[in-house]
Design a protein around this ligand. Structure first.
Ligand code: SF4
Length: 340
């Protein structure tokens, strides 16, 4: 592959066609870092309005470091993968403690929640380090460009090739160009090779089988769990509890629920008064198949709170329970939140 020609074609296309996104053009490490954390599991179009709102709430790394965890989780609500928000705050505290941001990808990786991809993205954009931001997106594009025959079970399989290709003058723009190419042109299904600015350099296209790359291992099996979610009312309020500080959805609030046992085990003395909607939520390794139950509680169980609509709206709640929170908001006489 003619690396210089490839980089020239890619960057010329990026200069013409790059997506207008609120974090494009900035080299402020706080803003670049925040955008990369938000983009880890979420599409750019969904991130854009949340990115601006988060920056309004926490405009500097010092403001984020000084915030309490619940406020940060609240600002993150609806984005899912809440460990990102917890790590972001912990990393902000570390940055403030050490008196500034790290300046190399290697140092960035020492912060909580910053893996090889994010470290490379931030170091290349904010500090012009020639570090390839190798995620699934970039790995797919590279495996097609090079007709890579190995199994790409992790993007790191392509690290040596990625390091050989990256543009040394404009590594941040190069990484962002590959992000844009992977999201709009070299898509997982039906890549638009006819519109591709680097088609002339692409081995998979030359072989006529672009879509067969990357070669992936079989998908992971997700465990399916039946969960009963209880909207238990007590004196015009609904019962909620906080999840443990470690594990799935750590530290978020939820309605009492159970996957084994009975309503009586979870809420002694409560009386079921009706069935509610079913809902399904897919986590990385787990699926919750949820059924809703309305109930009248007899007393406030230890470790729970009874909240009204305003309090419920203010608590950080997992996206997985959004359907039930909408129902509770309506039944408590509050305004249901818009889906985001
Ligand atoms: Fe992807 Fe097709 Fe471009 Fe190759 S030519 S990089 S397969 S879009």
């Amino acid at each position: 592959m003619d690396r210089d020609g490839f980089c020239r074609a890619l960057l010329a296309w990026y200069d013409r066609e790059k997506r207008e996104l609120p974090w494009r053009g900035t080299q402020d490490p706080y803003r670049v870092w925040l955008s990369e954390i938000m983009l880890q599991q979420t599409r750019a179009e969904a991130v854009a309005p949340r990115y601006e709102a988060f920056l309004t709430r926490f405009p500097t790394v010092a403001a984020l470091a000084a915030a309490d965890e619940e406020a940060v989780l609240k600002a993150w609500e609806g984005m899912g993968y809440y460990s990102r928000a917890r790590n972001l705050r912990r990393a902000a505290m570390e940055v403030v403690r050490r008196g500034g941001f790290p300046r190399s990808a290697k140092e960035w990786q020492k912060l909580p929640g910053v893996g090889a991809y994010t470290a490379a993205a931030v170091a290349s954009i904010a500090y012009h380090e020639a570090a390839p931001a190798l995620d699934g997106n970039q790995a797919r594009v590279l495996s097609r460009l090079l007709a890579f025959e190995g199994t790409v079970d992790t993007p790191q399989r392509l690290r040596a090739q990625a390091e050989a290709l990256i543009d040394r003058e404009r590594p941040g723009d190069y990484n962002q160009a590959l992000m844009d190419l992977g999201s709009g042109v070299c898509t997982p299904r039906a890549p638009k090779c006819g519109l591709c600015p680097v088609a002339a350099f692409c081995a998979a296209r030359a072989g006529g089988d672009a879509e067969s790359y990357p070669h992936l291992p079989p998908p992971i099996a997700r465990r399916e769990v039946e969960v009963t979610v209880v909207l238990a009312y007590l004196g015009g309020r609904v019962l909620v509890r906080r999840r443990p500080s470690k594990g799935l959805l750590a530290g978020l609030w939820e309605f009492p629920n159970f996957s084994e046992g009975t309503l009586e085990d979870t809420l002694p003395g409560a009386r079921a008064t009706g069935e509610l909607a079913r809902s399904r939520h897919v986590f990385t390794h787990l699926v919750w198949n949820m059924r809703g139950l309305r109930a009248e509680a007899e007393a406030l169980p230890e470790g729970m709170r009874a909240v009204d609509a305003d309090e419920l709206r203010a608590l950080p709640f997992p996206t997985a329970l959004r359907v039930y929170r909408q129902i509770a908001m309506r039944e408590l006489g509050g305004e249901a939140e818009k889906d985001v």
